[in-house]
Design a protein around this ligand. Sequence first.
Ligand SMILES: Cc1cc2nc3c(=O)[nH]c(=O)nc-3n(C[C@H](O)[C@H](O)[C@H](O)COP(=O)(O)O)c2cc1C
Length: 166
Amino acid sequence: MDSYVLVLAASSGKNLELAHRFCETFASKGIGSEVVDLTTLHWPVYIPELDGSDEHEPETSELSDLILNSKALVVCAPEYNGIMPPALNNTIAWLSVQSDDFRRLFNNRTVLLATHSGGGGAHCLMAMRHQFSFLGSNVIGRTLTLNKTKSFSQETMDDLVERVLQ
Ligand SMILES: Cc1cc2nc3c(=O)[nH]c(=O)nc-3n(C[C@H](O)[C@H](O)[C@H](O)COP(=O)(O)O)c2cc1C
């Protein structure tokens, strides 16, 4: 696929809705995209004891291939206790141990961050920025924040999507 964006949703409520809105917006610009709802993966919590275990290690290749074939990632995640939810952190942990290079899937990849959180979501955005930057991603400066008082703006989403495509 020429230009294809992978949209990760780290929870299955408002953030999954937001992820689908991103896909609709990419589609309106002729760009293919796909949502992966990380809550449906049901990977066990990463602990070193499960790493390499035939019985317990999750099948990560499908998601790895989707990431490797993508032009960019959009990550929609709610704030949980001041950081990102375990569904996201756990997914990244498992993906990072699948090769000798823990940055392999994320290095030099464009990443756009978005959140629908109970409050401002700023801590979650900061935590995700820190993590993806550490993994070598090029995290876009502008982010999307929604909550009970800050409602969706298509104008903002259009602007963000254009930045992903640049
Ligand atoms: C375990 C837990 C911790 C949370 N911690 C925070 C928090 O630190 N800051 C915040 O703004 N909202 C917090 N929330 C609220 C969620 O961010 C909010 O409900 C979000 O919209 C859920 O996304 P969803 O609808 O996609 O499931 C927390 C919710 C849960 C379940």
